[in-house]
Design a protein around this ligand. Sequence first.
Ligand code: HEC
Length: 119
Amino acid sequence: MTAKEWICGSLSAMTLALSPQLALAQQIPAEIQKGKTVFEQNCAVCHGVAGDVGGVNTKEMSPVPSNFTDPAFWKGKTDALLYRTILNGSSREMPGYRDLLTPQEIRDVLEYIKTFRKS
Ligand code: HEC
């Protein structure tokens, strides 16, 4: 085997090995991937990793955090409204993220929470 043949062979083997990950990355847009990280670091403690209020200390909260898997939650919710809530916080329990997240991170996390929507 020549060096060129060897390199070509190894490259195609590498491409094959990487292709499942590549395919997966293509299916999930970058902003949703980033939004997932932002969500898991900042929001999951209350809203639950699965967006269904499975958080640690949520039961005692009043009001209880919004359940993003509940179709009723999404009625009448616009991006602008949700963006403002994340920016400024809401009622007593949810902090505002104005100083903690960049506008882009807020848009990413907003795209991510929309993936919990079931209908
Ligand atoms: C300390 C707990 C807590 C954390 C952390 C938290 N939330 Fe909330 N969130 C709440 C509660 C409680 C509500 C229920 C509405 C209220 O407080 O009036 C809520 C409501 C919401 C709503 C619905 C607002 C509406 O208009 O109905 C959105 C959207 C939201 N949260 C997104 C987020 C995102 C995104 C993050 C992370 C960046 C986050 N929350 C972090 C507690 C939290």
